[in-house]
Design a protein around this ligand. Structure first.
Ligand SMILES: [Zn+2]
Length: 70
């Protein structure tokens, strides 16, 4: 149930650094989640790890809002 689906990816706001909408949400082997923008020359990795994908998505979106100034 805690695997990442397309539906989860759709909840992510675009990368606040480059506008990329094709972000990836990864689950590490230790079960923690993080967001990664794989766009060339951006390569932003959200260096905070969460035990649930919901928390990770929420935190990424809040961070994107902060960086976008709103
Ligand atoms: Zn990016």
């Amino acid at each position: 149930m805690n695997d990442v689906s397309m539906n989860d990816l759709k909840k992510l706001k675009p990368c606040p650094y480059c506008g990329n909408t094709g972000l990836m949400l990864y689950k590490q082997n230790n079960g923690l989640f993080y967001v990664h923008c794989g766009r060339y020359l951006c390569d932003t990795k959200f260096e905070v790890y969460f035990t649930s994908k919901e928390e990770c998505i929420k935190a990424w979106n809040e961070n994107a809002d902060l960086i976008n100034g709103g």
